[in-house]
Design a protein around this ligand. Sequence first.
Ligand code: ASP
Length: 463
Amino acid sequence: MVINGDAISDKETLPEKAGGKEMRYKHMGLKVAKFGGSSLADGIQLTKTKSIIEADPDRRYIVVSAPGKRFEGDSKVTDLLYLCKAHIENNLPYEQIFQVICDRYMAMAINLGVTIDLMPHFEKIKAKLQSGASADYVASRGEYLNALIAAAFFGYDFVDTHGLILFDSRGNLKMEETNELLAEELKKHETAVLPGFYGTNPDGKIKTFSRGGSDITGALVARAVNADVYENWTDVSGFLIADPRIVPEAKTIANISYKELRELSYMGASVLHEDAIYPARLANIPINIRNTNKPEDAGTMITDTANHADQVITGIAGTKDFDVIAIHKNMMSTEKGFLRRLLGILEDYDVSVEHIPSGIDELSVVVSKKDLEGKLEDILDEIRRKLSPETIDVFEDIALIATVGHGMSSRRGTSAKLFTALAEGGVNVRMIDQGSSEMNIIIGVANSDFEKAVKVIYSAFIA
Ligand code: ASP
């Protein structure tokens, strides 16, 4: 097969695009698989992971997190590493916690029959800890040690991301340089395991992404090798149409576009690390969320364009605790600059505006309650002073719910169905906003109606 023009084996290839002077080729089934902490928490989980990798030879580049929780109440290795660092900073003994970490890796290696000598690695990390290594360095060792063990267990090469994933002096990822370095290095490896979560600062020191950042490493590797799929293996079989705490029978989303995902995650659905989508999207690589404990499930496929003509809505997500400031002023519609001045006031108070439903002589701004904390009275005074409205009302404790789906735009009667269901369910809709792309209807309801509203929307569209 061929990656970026380099012959590696003789598997089937197809021309991808003629870019610049050289024709780039893409293998039919190259996969990058990232495994999260729960998929690598102990020897049992690592054994499942190995079976998954062996089931498909296309899974050639593997990105690993640090070992996660093995059971309810257990600690993640990353948290323990941060704890070691915190103890040292506070002149408290850290050795016991460090030993717990070492024991976990030792037990894994023994259970899996991996013969690499971990002692020199533990000693080096301990020495660095004692000489004041940064929290980023200390935390990154969770992924580093896990990748060493996983690589030995899978029989794959170990490729450190130190020196391959680069940050600038402000801590921003250098996307293009990283892409080139990773691509260059991975050409040399038929199969490899890479530690997630970290890269290197301009001064050569380790820097981590924010928590959960191994997802980003996975996406960067997928882009660098021009993978056909970026598989993100976790402990759930993909994203659900609605929060299962509200709709226990919620089905899995089989297909979702990047745009829909962004709408849903903005509205509170907990999905992938936001920044992980970007490199994959840039290279138009589908992301497949899979379950290590149920590898037979197809999971959720995230693609550039929606591939689900048969479904009207893709997902429902929402968040509680917004306030609405409603302003009425006669002849507001003829007063130029009214909205700009109102937004200026909110900007001065560092308040972000979520929505602006408006009428002829009235205007409301929907803002998060948290943003208004300790500022509401001052903001209202300023609005009275600068805009001289007839009335200002504040409606508190509003929940916003987004019903998202490309399928809505091509179907008549979607909103009728939504609002009929809400009316029949006894939910009073306080606000409505529909984006111009018609893929998102946002409603505002009382916090106390939130769960009921999500349930009735779900049952109206998903039988
Ligand atoms: N181990 C790191 C964390 O717990 C990074 C990751 O798992 O993605 O945040």
